[in-house]
Design a binder for this molecule. Structure first.
Ligand code: 2U9
Length: 343
């Protein structure tokens, strides 16, 4: 077979193999087989040197024609392969809009936040506005202005996280916020609730955490009495735990209220007969409260001869534990989705 026939056969076989190509990998393999350093076309072009001089012009012309024809065929095939692969990719990524979407994993409010909002909603209906105060406080506001002078035993009621800055601590209750609220509003009447994080240097147990939430409340005005306090707490208990709740007030002690009470409601599990939840007492403590101590009123900028007030405090985790029969407060802050997804 002559060199020229060789060239013709090279053109035919190269075009035939190119027709079989359908992917860019196969196309690259074809390009190397024919146009690579050792490619058949490259070799054929180099072979001109080995021919007798009289055959070179014709051979040169035909071999160049074959090269150009195969290059053109290669570029056409390259476009075809690229479009086919793009179409396949688009097809593969094609979103069948008729398919139901994957529902986005909707998060939800943390049970403590849900309870805080329910509590805020109930007190908003009684005219209490939400007042947010800082976590890092001065000893002055967290203790002294709340009738808890230095070395007062009540300070042991709260094991405190002190900071390296003298007189600066992490608040042990939201009460210091109420001093700020009073000083901002005095001598205007005031009704506020103060939800927020509190910090106590305490052993973490099933019933206590070192960081927890509190909601405290305060109402200051003229002629505010214990009856107003009792009515407010009874209404809260019935809004939160059901209209037929019975509520009782037990004498207690807080440095910033006088008189002070614990607020109990009849057990939501046994209705007062006594059970494991209420430890057989039939009553569940839901809050502490009292009439604001005159010294604390004074510290807040109100004249205790003219103004009086009541205050209360509760733990939203405890309220949520009662509402949802949760045994262990540690569930709240271990970020266990099995627990959190139930709310
Ligand atoms: C000012 C005046 C009065 C806030 C009060 C309580 C009673 C109370 C506890 C409830 C659950 C803390 O988280 S808890 O353990 N709090 O029982 N708190 S009266 O009295 C105040 C506060 C500030 C200016």
């Amino acid at each position: 077979m002559s060199q020229l026939e060789e060239l013709e056969r090279l053109r035919e076989t190269a075009l035939e193999r190119l027709r079989q190509v359908s992917t860019s990998e196969e196309l690259e393999a074809w390009r190397i087989a024919y146009f690579g350093k050792k490619g058949a076309v490259t070799q054929a072009l180099k072979a001109i040197g080995s021919l007798p001089p009289e055959e070179r012009p014709e051979y040169g012309r035909v071999s160049n024609e074959v090269k150009l024809a195969l290059q053109a065929a290669y570029e056409a095939k390259e476009r075809e392969v690229r479009e086919a692969e793009l179409a396949r990719a688009l097809q593969a990524r094609a979103v069948d809009v008729t398919l139901p979407g994957r529902p986005p994993a909707a998060g939800r409010l943390h049970p403590t936040t849900q309870t805080l909002r329910q509590i805020a909603h109930i007190f908003a209906q009684m005219g209490f506005q939400v007042y947010l105060a800082r976590d890092v406080e001065l000893d002055l506001y967290n203790f002294e202005l709340l009738n808890i002078p230095p070395h007062h035993p009540a300070r042991d009621m709260w094991d405190t996280f002190y900071t390296t800055r003298e007189g600066v601590l992490l608040r042990t209750h939201t009460s210091p916020g109420q001093i700020h609220a009073m000083r901002e509003h005095a001598p205007e009447p005031l009704r506020v609730i103060l939800p927020g994080r509190c910090h106590r240097y305490e052993q973490v147990t099933a019933r206590s955490e070192s960081m927890f939430y509190q909601v405290e409340g305060l109402a200051v005005g003229r002629h505010i009495t214990m009856a107003d306090l009792k009515g407010t707490m009874v209404n809260f208990a019935r809004q939160m735990f059901g209209p037929d709740r019975r509520v009782r007030f037990r004498c207690s002690y807080f440095p910033f209220t006088e008189p002070s009470v614990e607020v109990d409601m009849d057990c939501i599990l046994c209705g007062g007969k006594g059970c494991r939840l209420c430890k057989g007492t039939g009553w569940l403590e839901i809050a502490g409260a009292g009439m604001v101590h005159p010294t604390v009123l004074q510290n807040g900028g109100y004249d205790p001869r003219v103004f009086s007030g009541f205050a209360f405090g509760m733990g939203p985790e405890r309220i949520a534990m009662l509402r949802h029969r949760i045994e262990d407060i540690r569930y709240f802050y271990t970020n266990d989705l099995r627990f959190l997804q139930q709310f």
